[in-house]
Design a protein around this ligand. Sequence first.
Ligand code: ATP
Ligand code: MG
Length: 415
Amino acid sequence: MRYSTIFSKTTKSVSADSESINARLLVQAGFVDQEMAGVYTWLPLGLAVLRNIEQIVREEMNTLGASEIFMPSLQPKEYWDTTNRWEGVDVLFKLKSQTGKDYALGCTHEEVVTPLVKKFVQSYKDLPLVTYQINTKFRDELRAKSGVLRGREFRMKDMYSFHTTQEDLSAFYQKALKAYVRAYNRCGLQVKVVQASGGVFTQNLSHEFQALTDAGEDVLIACDHCEFGENSEIATHKAGDPCPMCKSTLVSTKGIEVGNIFDLGTKYSDAFELDFTNEEGRRQRVLMGCYGIGTSRLVGAIVEASHDDKGMIWPKSIAPALVHLVRIGEDAESVAAADALYDELRGAGFSVFYDDRDASAGSKFADADLMGLPIRLTVSKRMLAENVVEWKERTSDELKKIPRSEVLATVRSNA
Ligand code: ATP
Ligand code: MG
C-alpha cells in the first residue's frame, strides 16, 4: 500500500468523539471516519485491521467445524413476532416499506437462522450443525460515545449451534469457549472469561469475554494470573481473595465485553418449533447455542489496550501492514532505492505501507508512530551513502542500522 494512493490522511483535528481514546487515535490516524455518532466508515488502513481480525476469527470458527454463511440484515416482522422480540428488544431498528410492510434491521440473527435451519433439519442424522457469519449488525444504542466500542452499525461474528442432546451442546460450548480465547490471543489481546451465571465452567451457562482496560464499562473481579473473572454485580469473590482456579490474587478491574456465548436451550427452537426425529422415530426439540464476537469492537479494544502517547501499537498478527517504509527525500536515488525495497519486501510476501509522499521526515515519523505498524524502515540519502537502512520497532526507541543486503532476512526473522 502506498500512502500516495490511499485517499485517507492523518489529521491533527481531534474528533468530536474525543472522550474515547480509540476514536481519537483511529480517526487521527485515518483508519476510520465518523459519519455520525456510532457509525463509521472503515478507511483502507482500518479496514485492513478489521479484515485481519475477522480472518483470525473465521479460521478459529472453521476449526470448530462450523460452516460460514451470510444472512440478510433486512428481516420480516413476523419472525420477530414469533419470538416476541418485536416489542421486547429496545435496540431493534424498525422500518416500513412503501407498501406498509414492517421490517427489522438485524441486531442479531436467531430470528433468521432458526427458521433457516428448520428448512434443512429433519432427523437426528442432520445434527449437530454449526454455522456462522461475519456481518453488519444494527442496534439503536442510546449511548454511542465510545468510538467503535459501541456502534449503532457494527461488525459481529455470530455463530449458532444445533444439537440433539444437552451433552453434545455442552461439549461444543466448551470447545467454542477455548476457540474464543485462542482467537483473542492470536489478535494480541488477553481476555478474562467471565461467567454470566451459574458455577465456573459448567453447563447451561453464558460466558462473557472481557478485555481488561480502563475504557471498559464493566467492573470485574479478575485474577491477576489466570483467565478467571467475575462480573462485580454477581461476584461471589472480592478483590484480595485467592483465585478459585489458580490461588493467585483477585483484583478489581474494568473490562470491555468483546464476546459472549450462550447456552440457549430450547428458547428459539420452541418459538419456531424446530424439531428433529430421534432414533426411536419420535419428534424432539433441537437444543441451541449462540456465540458472538464483536469484531469492530475488538479493533477499538485493542487500541485501548495497546497505545502510548504517540499513537497506536498494533500486534503483528493484525497490523494493517508489518512494515512502515519511510522514504526521506525526493531525489531520484532515494526514490529508486525505496521503491526497490518496497518491491523486494512485497515480492517476498510481506505487507508494506510505503510513505512515498513529499513530506518532512518529522511528519513522516510522527505519522508512523501514530499509525503504529510494528517495524519502521527508513531509506534516505544519508543511509544510502552507508549502504544501510534504518530499523525501528514501534515498541522500542532503539534505532539500528541494518546493512541493505540483510534487510529482507531481518524482516523475515521479525515477522
Ligand atoms: P453490551 O452489553 O456491550 O451492550 P451486548 O451484551 O448487548 O453488549 P451481545 O448481544 O452479547 O452484546 O453481542 C455480542 C458481542 O457483540 C458483544 O460481546 C460485543 O463484543 C459486540 N457488540 C454488542 N453491541 C455492540 C455495539 N453496539 N457496538 C459494537 N460491538 C457490539
Ligand atoms: Mg453480551
